[in-house]
Design a protein around this ligand. Structure first.
Ligand code: SIN
Ligand code: FE
Length: 289
């Protein structure tokens, strides 16, 4: 299981040689872990490192692809400083992904970049929203029809505090165990959710299955405790990349992290057969989107 995280020592965000085995690992659900990428926190940014910078009503602080900052509280200088910090990470993560997998570059859709200042170990949440439980990412309001969710994370804690993750078993095994527990898909319910605005578009059977798997994993305490998994400490300065719709993950503790989400159409993949859509489709033997 330790091999579910591949550590890479590269001291530049621009990867100068394309390594097909890293891409294959990423697309098969492994986490790529970069240990030596430089990221300076400037003197004027140190005041951003406090929990109170996040609006208590928001789930996190994010910078949209439209440049709008959401979820932060502060005066104009604070907000501009924060925006610049998040922008810097957004640009570097783009350099990383473009050079790591040049083939993705033309297809990547930049989703919001987030700054997560909260200490996650004592956060109170419903089981469904609790990312300390192993899960694959699936969003209730935003159906994606099998498009991939690629994420870049960086621990920017300056207090030597790791971000502790658990990484679970392969998506194949997850699918095998949880497909039998999935409630049947209802087209009329999906239509209803869309009409009343609870989803941003029509929820496909694929999106239904992914949400059901997300919920079934999180609500199963026996699975949480006893399924194959490793725990891993991402130290301050560490950057890690994974397809979070495929890689089973849980964030146990830590504070101050940056995160960049990308959406990636299936046609950009080297091996679309390893995608959650392909895996689920081959298991149920019908069209899901
Ligand atoms: C998650 O994506 O589930 C949470 C990641 C984190 O907070 O480290
Ligand atoms: Fe997640």
């Amino acid at each position: 299981m330790r091999s579910s995280i591949i550590s890479i020592t590269n001291s530049n965000w621009a990867i100068d040689r394309q390594q097909l085995e890293w891409i294959a690992a990423l697309e098969s659900g492994k986490v790529l872990h970069f240990k030596n990428l430089p990221f300076e926190i400037n003197e004027n940014e140190t005041s951003l490192f406090r929990e109170s910078i996040q609006n208590p009503k928001s789930r996190n602080i994010s910078l949209g692809s439209d440049g709008l900052l959401k979820g932060a509280i502060g005066d104009a200088t604070t907000l501009i400083t924060l925006k610049e910090l998040i922008f810097r990470f957004r640009n570097l993560s783009q350099v990383l992904v473009h050079s790591l997998v040049p083939k993705y570059a033309e297809y990547l859709k930049v989703s919001p970049t987030s700054f997560r200042p909260l200490n996650i170990s004592h956060r109170k949440q419903s089981w469904r929203a609790d990312d300390r439980r192993l899960h694959v990412d699936a969003f209730a309001t935003r159906p994606n029809y099998g498009e991939r969710i690629l994420r870049v994370f960086m621990n920017i804690n300056s207090n030597n505090q790791p971000r502790v993750w658990r990484v679970g078993e392969s998506f194949e095994s997850i699918a095998e165990q949880f497909i039998p527990k999935i409630k049947p898909y209802s087209k009329s319910q999906a239509k209803f959710l869309n009409v009343v605005g609870l989803t941003k578009s029509f929820r496909s059977e694929y999106d239904h299955m992914m949400l059901q798997i997300h919920d079934a994993m999180k609500s199963d305490l026996n699975y949480q405790k006893n399924s194959p998994q490793i725990q891993f400490e991402f130290m301050p300065g560490d950057v890690w990349v994974c397809f979070s719709d495929q890689t089973s993950h849980a964030a146990m503790s830590g504070q101050y992290m940056m995160e960049q989400t990308y959406n990636l159409p299936l046609k950009a993949l080297y091996d679309s057969q390893s995608s959650p859509l392909a895996v689920l489709t081959s298991k149920v033997q019908r069209k899901l989107v």
